[in-house]
Design a protein around this ligand. Structure first.
Ligand SMILES: *Cc1c(COP(=O)(O)O)cnc(C)c1O
Length: 386
């Protein structure tokens, strides 16, 4: 037996652990101060009571004749049907067999690597850390594509050798907030079909999109033969604690004569035992017309937060798409992003995320999250104005 030595290559400290440690240390000497957390990308609003009641009612079934044992590994048909109905409204035709319900997008992003033997990953820099770390732990080669002001903080193909890759696209992007247009995505879909690459499309923020940018990669012609879409109820319906997401692997997606849909089915049935019935009932409700309206209220609240935050940075360079809960701020050249983090913490008692924590090209930036309570956002505005 040998252990996986790739674990030695990965950095010990996860970004948010480091941030929490620094904030904790600051708190030790400043226990009287109200520190505003605009760092972590986690929802903060309580869930709607109706949504919770749907789940508690379903949980109460377990004490009755309606008791349920193991859930189906890939999800109950009632939820798959609700997901297909949601995509139909977007203009995308998928069937229940294309949908795999999971305990979250974060898990699937890592687990999907099980389908590939050796691969080269193409990942944005800055990036959501899980894309990079999961590939390093598997010993994969990684090509980083810088997100810069010049390319609108979006991944562009320019200069990428025509080879077969695993391509990670997150739109609206975490951390920059940039959103891929139909044209942007079409270029990647054509590249992927031409080179036998596979696009992993992380759609965690689809419900924040308010302009014409695609809410699914399958709205782009040709995507079903090259793309896997990973989505989550975490940000759209406040499920970060409850855990529910789904991955779409179209039956049209084949490589080396194998159906990736059949492979993912085998993988999930072998390594995963499904999401609890009452959680899936909640997710189903979140996708109903009534549930969508309810969830949209919280999303609009966070979007309004983002607008207020934006108004704090007049005269500074930043990217803030109306499709995203994040603000990507260019900081003054005299600071590194960790220095700016310390400066904001010490002078304004505000926590942000240093851009360098998302990758080398994140240096010179910090990320603010609008997933906070309104009173904290307004306090931040007040403090930053002085
Ligand atoms: C929050 C987030 C997710 C959601 O992960 P879950 O495991 O479903 O909570 C996925 N991808 C990105 C980029 C995110 O920011």
């Amino acid at each position: 037996m040998n252990i996986n030595l790739n674990y030695k290559k990965s950095k010990d400290n996860y970004l948010f652990v480091e941030i929490n440690e620094r904030v904790k240390k600051f708190r030790q000497t400043h226990s009287d101060l109200h520190i505003l957390n605009l760092g972590v990308g986690d929802v903060t609003l309580p869930m709607d009571k109706k949504l919770v009641k749907v789940m508690t009612d379903a949980l109460n079934d377990q004490a009755t004749e309606k008791f349920k044992g193991y859930p189906p590994e890939t999800g109950y048909d009632f939820l798959k049907t609700a997901i297909c109905r949601y995509y139909k409204k977007l203009g995308v035709d998928i069937s229940n067999e294309d949908v795999f319900v999971s305990n979250g997008a974060g898990c699937d992003v890592g687990n999907i690597l099980n389908l590939f033997s050796f691969s080269t990953a193409v990942i944005a820099d800055p990036t959501y850390p899980a894309y990079y770390d999961s590939n390093i732990l598997c010993g994969n080669e990684v090509i980083l594509l810088p997100l810069t002001k010049q390319n609108g903080y979006k991944m562009v193909i320019d200069g990428l050798e025509e080879k077969s890759y695993l391509i990670y696209i997150c739109s609206p992007n975490n951390p920059t907030g940039a959103t891929m247009t139909h044209d942007d995505l079409k270029k990647w879909v054509d590249f992927a079909n031409k080179t036998s690459s596979i696009i992993l499309f992380d759609n965690a923020y689809q419900s924040f999109i308010e302009d014409h940018c695609p809410k699914s990669i399958y709205l782009v012609e040709g995507a079903k033969t090259c793309a896997i879409e990973i989505a989550s109820f975490s940000k759209s319906a406040g499920f970060t604690n409850l855990r529910c997401g789904y991955t779409i692997v179209p039956k049209e997606l084949q490589r080396e004569g194998q159906s990736l849909n059949a492979m993912w089915n085998k993988r999930q049935c072998t390594f995963f035992n499904g999401v609890p019935y009452h959680i899936q009932k909640g997710a189903e409700f979140a996708l109903s017309d009534e549930g969508e309206k309810i969830c949209q209220k919280n999303i609009n609240y966070y979007k309004q937060n983002a607008k207020i935050l934006k108004s704090c940075f007049k005269g500074m360079q930043f990217l803030s798409s109306s499709n995203s809960p994040y603000i990507w701020l260019k900081i003054p050249a005299k600071f590194t992003s960790w220095q700016y983090f310390e400066y904001l913490l010490n002078e304004y008692n505000i926590v942000c995320v240093p851009g360098s924590g998302f990758g080398k090209f994140g240096e010179g930036y910090v990320r603010f999250s609008a997933f906070a309570k309104r009173e904290d956002i307004l306090l931040a505005k007040q403090r930053l104005a002085t």
